[in-house]
Design a protein around this ligand. Structure first.
Ligand code: COA
Length: 222
């Protein structure tokens, strides 16, 4: 499971290589896809120099959950505790949901703006499959795939419009994503902020367990 210790780096150098920008050993996603960046797990000074050249002075280095300490001069920009969770039990039956495509992106951005499930940009949909539920033409819930370290796919952008919560839409869409991931022979995982206790309870109901506590963090490139 050590792929899950560096999910951003393992995705950028693997399944998502076509979505990556690189300088030396440092990598990040192309604009609009995701803002996460990665250095090797035990970075040297020259690895941090690569990252500085890649992102540019004054820009945010979103290190996601990497257990690395930026060198002196890289000002901390944010930090929040969270959990990495993995699915620990099989689905009882496959679940299907309507896929979302590039034409749905404006509505997805609107729903994300209203519900704030985490970072989601104009090109995030290129990272994997997304599913949604519309009511009277309005997108009211969605969930999709994000990081893809070898053998795993992260479930992300899980959100339901305020007025549609508690109806099982989140459950349905997560199970649809899980169905598709398992069908490919991969395993589902996800990340959640520690303070998002409602979402954690939902994930636990669905059979996810905590693999490890994590620290989301980012800093400014000097
Ligand atoms: C987390 C979130 C996606 C849940 O969406 P949802 O559509 O309300 O999810 P569900 O309806 O499947 O489940 C929510 C709760 O309602 C319960 N529920 C499910 N179906 C129900 C029904 N028919 N009637 C009443 N309650 C129901 C579930 O058991 C669950 O209860 P629990 O929280 O005690 O486990 C939603 O609250 C949200 O968008 N939050 C903001 C964004 C966010 O934080 N996303 C997660 C990022 S990691």
């Amino acid at each position: 499971m050590e792929e899950l210790d560096d999910p951003v780096g393992r995705s950028l150098h693997g399944h998502h290589a076509h979505l990556a920008r690189r300088v030396g050993s440092a990598a990040t996603y192309r604009a609009g896809v995701a803002r996460f960046a990665a250095v090797p797990p035990e970075p040297t000074g020259s690895d941090w120099d690569d990252l500085a050249r890649l992102l540019g002075s004054g820009r945010m280095a979103d290190l996601f959950t990497a257990e690395v300490t930026p060198p002196r001069g890289w000002e901390p920009a944010f930090e929040a505790p969270g959990f990495q969770m993995i699915l620990d039990r099989p689905l009882t039956a496959p679940v299907m949901a309507d896929p979302l495509g590039p034409g749905d992106v404006p509505d997805m951005l609107t729903l994300v703006e209203q519900t704030r499930p985490g970072p989601f940009g104009e090109r995030t949909i290129e990272m994997g499959a997304f599913y949604g539920v519309r009511e009277n033409g309005i997108l009211i819930a969605m969930a999709g795939e994000r990081l893809k370290p070898p053998g795993w796919t992260e479930i992300s952008a899980v959100c339901t419009a305020q007025e549609a919560r508690g109806r099982g839409l989140g459950t349905h869409l997560i199970q649809a994503a899980v169905t598709r991931i398992l069908a490919r022979g991969e395993r589902p995982f996800l990340h959640v902020l520690a303070r998002n206790t409602g979402a954690i309870r939902l994930y636990e109901h669905l059979g996810f367990i905590v693999r490890r506590p994590v620290r989301f963090h980012g800093c400014l490139v000097p």
